[in-house]
Design a protein around this ligand. Sequence first.
Ligand SMILES: Cc1cc2nc3c(=O)[nH]c(=O)nc-3n(C[C@H](O)[C@H](O)[C@H](O)COP(=O)(O)OP(=O)(O)OC[C@H]3O[C@@H](n4cnc5c(N)ncnc54)[C@H](O)[C@@H]3O)c2cc1C
Length: 472
Amino acid sequence: MKRRDYMKLSAAMPACAISAAASAAATGENPKGGSASFSLDIPVKYDTDVFVAGGGPAGAAAAVAAAESGADVYLAENLSCFGGMGTSALVPVFMQMTDGINFLAAGFGSRVKKMLDSEKSFSGGAHDIEALKRVYDGLAEKSGAKFSFCTKVIGAKASGGKIDYAVCSGLGGIFAAKAKVFIDATGNGDLAYMAGAEYEKGGKNGGMMPGSLCSMWCSIDWKKWRANRPDMPQPQSFKVREAFEAGVFSFYDPHMTGILEIGDGLGGGNIGHAFGVDGTDEDSVTRALLHCRKSMREYKNYYNKYLPGFENAKVAATGSAMGIRETRRFVGDYVLNIDDYMKRAVFDDEIGRYAYPIDIHPSGFKGGELEKHRMEFDRLYKYAKGESYGIPYRILTPKGFSNLYVAGRCASMDRLVHGSLRVMPGCFIMGQAAGIGASIAAASKASVHEIDTRELQKKLIKFGAYLPNFKA
Ligand SMILES: Cc1cc2nc3c(=O)[nH]c(=O)nc-3n(C[C@H](O)[C@H](O)[C@H](O)COP(=O)(O)OP(=O)(O)OC[C@H]3O[C@@H](n4cnc5c(N)ncnc54)[C@H](O)[C@@H]3O)c2cc1C
């Protein structure tokens, strides 16, 4: 867009204009071809207590919790609905919300579950994704939080360890969103990255879990499948080797989560991997999407030929967003680590507890990786019923910034714990705590590193959170 044209658009916005040097607009980490800079006068469209970047499980929980705690909230979501991976990327199911006895994702998670159970139109165990979208919409609207879809955070203006405003690109043009406190719930941590916060990415050698493009399938005879394999609702990977050797697959990927029953012949597929994808690089994600969409034909042939009940199965849709499991983890006041996980740690500043095993999808299958993953997932890191680990508040507060939270997949944890806490119920727990924490920091003008965590815990309990170690 020419600057002249943009100025016409921005003039229509009833807000004062500020000048944003938008040099932080690019999120790529390896610029090719030097650099360029530009600056624009942009309107301040929002000036709120709390700004939330991203409306996935963490961001939706954060916005609702902050608004219900009395904060004036604005959330910017890049895609067309709340829910992140669980809606736009068609991830078909929530991992465990409980430890087998206690409901750990209590608060936002229990509301989502209750509303989804009453709203869904299908009988299977996997998500009715349309219902899930409505559930998030309803919770956000009722909370009073302001939000817009189709709005991407493309820059951050920060100085002296404080974010002044986020630069957003909406359908009507580029604008600034000012706030007292910012919450980054973008999964990749785009806002924190653009503000200059410290982070780690993947393993020691930079390797990250593969991504997957989830899919929706129709014309499945679930009755026939269950009658043939009552022991195996999913995964359906037991004949992958045979199919690979018969030439049905052009690649060998034995780690398949499978297609889960939504109902009425429908299934939600979490199948196939894009190895080596970097979710913070659009070229890499583009290649991954192309690969995964092509490979759906091979999966269709596999299911049709080898699996009873799937003879007529067809791919009805693939996710509009690439499924990304792992990118940046921002370094906070505390890094939740594997020792904490192993000892089922309890923290004074606990904001919740969680229990899903460590689930790190291998980044390739050269020898023994799948067996190692299964051994870790099923035995080494598996908790008994009623066991869980504590999540301290300090993993939400990145070092060096007084008014920034990171919640969800990008919070401060080591790679192993990330393999557990990254799933959606874990993100609900972190999101609601960041939201209430932000409302406290905004009201008291305190740094996020210094808020009264006992006040936060009391407010979390009022919101419905599970905090068994809090002593009144
Ligand atoms: C293939 C796959 C299968 C999985 N299976 C399961 C499962 O079975 N059960 C489970 O519980 N979890 C599962 N997970 C994990 C889980 O879905 C994610 O880790 C979780 O959704 C992360 O939540 P989040 O809120 O941190 O980020 P996300 O869900 O990624 O949400 C981030 C949101 O921020 C938006 N956003 C991103 N950048 C910007 C920006 N710059 N400006 C504005 N908005 C932005 C995105 O559009 C998105 O809506 C799976 C993940 C993948 C990829």
